[in-house]
Design a protein around this ligand. Structure first.
Ligand code: ZN
Length: 61
């Protein structure tokens, strides 16, 4: 079972249920709807950076 996070809406997506995928900077992203794919393709840097930076670093201070 491979589960991924749709970077546009934040939903978890299983690979077999994905509406499609997109590759950006060497990372593959999965989407639960074609609408999310379209949004990602318009601003891939916006969504890719968001998912990469979502770490609770504040808790370490
Ligand atoms: Zn989505």
């Amino acid at each position: 079972m491979a589960e991924h996070i749709d970077p546009v809406c934040g939903m978890s997506v299983e690979e077999k249920d994905a509406a499609g995928l997109a590759e950006y900077e060497g990372t593959t992203y999965y989407f639960e709807s074609e609408d999310c794919i379209s949004r990602f393709n318009l601003h891939p840097e916006k969504y890719a950076n968001k998912s990469a930076k979502e770490k609770p670093t504040d808790a370490l201070k």
